[in-house]
Write a protein that binds this ligand. Sequence first.
Ligand SMILES: C[S@@+](CC[C@H](N)C(=O)[O-])C[C@H]1O[C@@H](n2cnc3c(N)ncnc32)[C@H](O)[C@@H]1O
Length: 258
Amino acid sequence: MSGRVVDYDSVADGFDRRYALHTYSGVRETLLDFVGSEKPAAILEVGCGTGHWLDAVIGLSPFVAGVEPSFGMLSRARDAVPGARLVRARAETLPWRDASLDRVFCVNALHHFADRERFFAEARRVLRPGGGLLTIGKDPHAERDEWWVYDYFPETLKIDRARFAAVRTLRGELSRAGFAWAESSEADRIEALMPAGEAFAGGMVDRKYTSQLTVLTDEEFKAGVERLRTAGAGRARDGGTLDLITDFRLYATVGWTT
Ligand SMILES: C[S@@+](CC[C@H](N)C(=O)[O-])C[C@H]1O[C@@H](n2cnc3c(N)ncnc32)[C@H](O)[C@@H]1O
């Protein structure tokens, strides 16, 4: 389903840079709201990466766990969230018993899973009645986003449209997997304007910065860097600066069991 596959071991060291650049406050709020204030007995993040979001929920349940296939990401999560139970596994085969968890969530991870519908069936299987699944991610089908990555590396938008499903597709798949009801909402809007020179100096024009750039071929990546440099030189000749625009939304889709 994901087409081009990202080697997360090779990007693990620079992954958390995104959390220094943006607060993702809408994601945090949505996640805390989903977990709720009644201390659910067991929470699992699937595709937990370096553990950033496990750290946000660690005090909210007596059992907080993460599943992650990349050794590099998992070892960072072990250091970041020692209180979480961390397991090297994949979304498509969750190592938990039937009806043993109350909340399952993924942040910016679903588009990497090899078989999304199999994951939804697994999530449904491991959730207790009244349990919920939350997934937060982009919807490049909504055509509301502006992002320098899509502008200067045009292959990335086509790749994203293939690996991300529209939120209404996700709701249909949740319903087929046996969730009683599902709903979607806008969780966050990531906005920034950065001079291209700063983006280069800050390591953002880098294959490791975001998976959209990681999955490009060397030729596609080099061609995009060349486009950026040419546009930057054109602005400089006119006495200006090339600004890179980031303005995209992250959507939450939640399914509940009965
Ligand atoms: C963009 S990162 C997000 C990490 C974390 N959720 C966050 O938001 O900081 C996507 C993660 O999904 C993981 N992943 C990829 N394929 C997976 C699969 N089949 N099952 C579970 N996780 C997977 C990757 O290894 C990576 O750590």
